[in-house]
Design a binder for this molecule. Structure first.
Ligand code: CA
Ligand code: CA
Ligand code: CA
Length: 222
């Protein structure tokens, strides 16, 4: 009896693993979609950002392609009142050296999004982190969706990092198995939820691959 239950559990685990792998493969299939033909990676020599341990995509390195293709921004031009790093409608802000230097995305409104063309460099299980800053807003926390090829990966929520330029790192509790598919690219999207509070975002980072254990055991039929 116990032996049969154990068999059943193993079969279920194998089916789950198979379904996950098929789902990942189908995500790869979305890449032939003509809608992303005019969308190109930016800031990595024209190459997709590799998904590998420690790779950090600066938020300001969103894809080329413009409004409605590579990003959605609700205001014309840069709401910061100057042009920084790139001349688009995305609101890129200079971070002074004392706050870490570089650039962040500012004037973030609900419904806005940014996309990044990525490619798995090292297959495995990864987590995703973001660096964000926001002042106290307990009644209206920021809510950020992370998606891959329009498929939701995780939702992050944060209310107070101590200030707009006081950067804190938030990590998805979910882990994601990334399958290396040579020649295929994916589109990573960070999307601000409707009703979200405002925040600045500095970068997105991958960490992994983690050791992944699935209870797959080969057993002889009996
Ligand atoms: Ca704008
Ligand atoms: Ca904006
Ligand atoms: Ca940045």
């Amino acid at each position: 009896m116990h032996h049969k239950i154990r068999h059943l559990l193993l079969i279920v685990a194998m089916i789950v693993a198979l379904v996950v792998l098929i789902a990942i493969s189908e995500q790869g299939g979305l890449l032939v979609d003509a809608a992303i033909v005019n969308q190109l990676p930016y800031g990595n020599g024209g190459n997709p950002w590799p998904i590998a341990d420690g790779v950090r995509i600066e938020a300001e390195n969103f894809d080329d392609g413009g409004e409605g293709v590579a990003y959605h921004d609700t205001t014309t031009g840069n709401s910061c009142g100057y042009i920084a790093y790139r001349d688009t409608d995305v609101d890129i802000q200079v971070i002074v050296p004392g706050d870490g230097g570089g650039y962040s995305i500012a004037y973030i409104e609900p419904g806005e999004w940014l996309e990044y063309t990525v490619q798995v460099a090292v297959e495995g299980m990864y987590s995703i982190s973001v660096s964000v800053g926001t002042p106290t807003q307990p009644d209206n926390p920021a809510v950020l969706y992370i998606k891959l090829d329009d498929i939701p990966l995780c939702t992050l929520s944060f209310a107070d990092t101590g200030g707009w330029h006081n950067w804190e790192t938030y990590t998805c509790t979910e882990r994601f198995w990334w399958l290396a598919t040579p020649g295929l690219e994916d589109v990573l999207r960070i999307e601000v939820a409707e009703g979200s509070g405002s925040f600045n975002i500095n970068w997105v980072e991958f960490s992994g691959p983690k050791t992944y254990y699935l209870p797959l055991v080969l057993m002889e039929n009996d």
